[in-house]
Ligand binder design. Structure first.
Ligand SMILES: [Zn+2]
Length: 689
């Protein structure tokens, strides 16, 4: 088959896909999908003759486009970016057309009313209900005269989202700073080795003096912020990072006008659909019912966290003044002073802990944990990938049956967007030939190996890896056989962080860590005494961290509910957004960044991801994930934290059912009761353990 994007016989043929394959593949698949849509309009309203053929055609389109989107996110190049952006409007147009299709909407209604509906499996019933809801939200009920406007909004929003993300990546890559020996004091060895390698890649300096090059990617940025004694160096990096994609940089990368436009379009979208604001639309398919409910939930949590955050900040300020000679704690001093305070109080540093977490130990350790918990087996396999650093693994069940597969792409690089995320490549479903096995992508931005040693991960990075793997298992361990509700498909977005945040908890268990750690040089496991100190420091500044998450969540929710740029101020576009952020901060925050901080300009979660009026979902789902984990804590004494019985129930009731039933039902089925906030507060040190 000449075009690898049209091959659905197995794993994506990543080593063969190039930019010129994109347009022809999409043309063909869009044609096929439109054909299927036309045929479905005239088909009888049954599962087999209507739902399934439509699903077949749209799945091929989504799968191929998913590969393109994935490459756009992890292997950006001018050619691919151009191909992606050229096809994006066509894809968006198709999805809008489908969502607005009155005849298909009627057909789903017919199916729901038919006697066949009662006989459908619960997963399929849920799928039909979801489809009806999504048709309503997709504009199917709009009068014909308004549909073109609605479609134009979707198209513009999709392009703006892609551009937002590209601007952040370009602005991130545009900055670097090269320094001499006199400015590197305090920065750890491995970060220096990477910075030295980066400097040497550029032309060799003629005077033969060694130099170090730092950039805004996390593995370079964060060690400087945490350890560099050169305060001006920290300030340079902080300033560059927190003004990315703003009016302080290249005008063509400025996200300010994009933000204003996105908000305007989302508002118009909501009003067309008959909702007062976009937050109301966003909440329709979520667990939370109204923006008010979310704002109250966040307000309650903020009130509980506030005294802890105030204490955290007061301690940090007095420590910085007394011991570091920093009288006026600036934003670029926070990570630095915090790490010093933590090192002093708990007698260890992030850097020391990191030596015990080489990748060669962490990855197998994480696999062993889930193998025990869920009675599965994970093995490395060869598969075509997009980069030499990417690996592929498969998951098999107790009877050696193939359950799923996943790619792991761990290291930061210029072609990859920042952060960490999981994405589905193939979803589970039953086909005539048998079960189609799900496949996932796990993407992180960790430091790679330097100086011939394996990559070393900070404990925070290990937690991130577990988090993404938790999403991956949700996608992979599903037993649902209908694509639309298999794995994370169809899961309420404010419950989707349950399996991921659940996994993070294991990073604090001795039973897990003693097997997962080996000192990179000595080969010794993590000393118990160091573990105890890590545990004691677990909730160091958790008040501050909680308030920060609440600040982002409230900003997001208010931006999409009661925000009115015109009423707020008449100043240039963008400052109304900053004005709202300031107001939110005055309400909940205890720390205030400099006035020139442009956090919204790189807040990709809500402007380029799926978290608009949904960022609160992290905290919302953390109530569920902490409470779910407490079921394991309940049996820790008697059976150990990796209790296979509790693991089986978690897999059966939460992971396996995916989106086939409401998340609240799944939680109740696992926990035997309604969720309680106690475990979250206890885990965060906000009530006695
Ligand atoms: Zn997540």
């Amino acid at each position: 088959m000449p075009n690898p994007l049209l091959d659905f016989s197995g794993l994506p043929r990543f080593s063969e896909i190039s930019a010129e394959h994109v347009a022809p593949a999409m043309e063909q698949l869009l044609g096929e999908a439109r054909g299927a849509m036309r045929r479905a309009e005239d088909a009888p309203a049954t599962w087999e003759r209507f739902v399934r053929p439509l699903e077949d055609a749209t799945e091929r389109l989504s799968r191929a486009w998913g590969q393109v989107e994935h490459l756009h996110a992890v292997l950006d190049s001018p050619a691919l970016r151009e191909a992606y952006n050229a096809s994006l409007p066509k894809l968006t147009q198709f999805w809008t057309e489908l969502g607005q299709n009155q005849r298909l909407f009627d057909k789903y209604r017919e199916l729901k009313a038919a006697p066949e509906f009662a006989a459908l499996a619960p997963a399929r019933k849920k799928l039909v209900e979801n489809a009806l809801r999504d048709f309503r939200l997709g504009g199917a009920e709009l009068p014909a005269a308004l549909k073109p406007r609605y479609a134009a909004i979707q198209e513009e929003l999709a392009s703006l989202s892609a551009k937002f993300s590209e601007n952040v990546l370009d602005a991130t890559n545009a900055f670097s700073i090269v320094v001499d020996k006199d400015r590197i004091s305090g920065i750890p060895e491995d970060a220096l080795a990477a910075a030295r390698e980066a400097a040497m890649k550029d032309e060799a300096p003629t005077d033969g003096r060694p130099r170090w090059k730092f950039n805004l990617q996390m593995p370079s940025y964060f060690p400087v912020m945490q350890y560099a004694e050169d305060r001006a160096l920290r300030e340079s990096l902080y300033r560059a990072s927190s003004t990315r994609a703003s009016e302080f940089g290249k005008p063509e990368w400025d996200n300010t006008p994009l933000i204003a436009r996105v908000l305007e379009l989302r508002k118009e979208d909501a009003q067309l659909l008959g909702y007062p604001n976009f937050a109301e639309v966003s909440l329709v398919p979520k667990m939370a019912q109204t923006p008010r409910q979310v704002i109250e939930f966040l307000g309650d949590l903020a009130a509980r966290a506030r005294p802890f955050a105030e204490r955290d900040l007061a301690e940090l300020k007095s420590f910085a003044a007394a011991e570091l000679g920093i009288g006026n704690l600036e934003a670029w001093d926070i990570a630095y002073a915090s790490e010093k305070l933590r090192a002093k109080r708990y007698a260890f540093s992030d850097q020391e802990v990191k030596q015990y977490f080489p990748e060669t130990q962490v990855l197998p350790g994480m696999f062993e944990l889930v193998q025990k918990l869920y009675q599965i087996r994970i093995t490395g396999q060869s598969a075509p990938t997009w980069h030499k650093d990417v690996r592929f693994f498969d998951i098999r069940g107790a009877g050696d049956e193939l359950i799923g597969g996943f790619y792991v792409d761990l290291y930061a690089r210029e072609t990859k967007r920042g952060g960490a995320w999981m994405d589905g490549a193939i979803s589970r479903r039953r086909l005539e030939a048998g079960i189609q096995v799900p496949v996932a992508y796990l993407n992180c931005n960790f430091s790679g190996p330097v100086g011939g040693k394996p990559a070393l991960f900070t404990h925070d990075e290990v937690i991130t890896l577990f988090h993404e793997f938790g999403h991956g298992l949700h996608h992979l361990l599903t037993r649902v056989e209908d694509l639309g509700v298999a794995g994370i498909n169809g899961v309420e977005w404010d419950a989707v962080e349950l399996p991921s945040q659940f996994m993070e908890n294991f990073c604090w268990e001795w039973e897990v860590l003693e097997n997962m750690t080996r000192h990179v040089d000595s080969g010794q496991p993590l000393p118990r005494a160091l573990y105890e100190r890590m545990l004691a420091a677990k909730n160091f500044q958790s008040g501050l961290a909680t308030l920060r998450q609440i600040e982002f969540s409230l900003f997001d929710m208010r931006l999409h509910s009661d925000f009115d740029p015109e009423a707020r101020c008449s100043a240039p576009a963008g400052s109304a957004v900053l004005d709202l952020l300031d107001e939110v901060r005055r309400e909940v925050a205890v720390m205030f960044p400099p006035a020139w901080n442009r956090f919204p300009n790189s807040f990709s979660h809500i402007f380029a991801g799926g978290y608009a009026a949904g960022y609160y979902g992290y905290k919302w789902a953390e109530v569920l994930s902490a409470d779910a984990y407490s079921a394991f804590e309940d049996v820790r004494e008697s059976k150990g934290i990796l209790d296979a019985g509790t693991g089986r129930r978690f897999r059966d009731e939460i992971l396996a059912v995916g989106g086939s039933r409401p998340a609240a039902d799944s939680f109740r089925a696992f926990r035997g009761r309604e969720p309680r906030v106690d475990a979250l507060l206890r885990h965060s040190g906000m009530i006695p353990a």
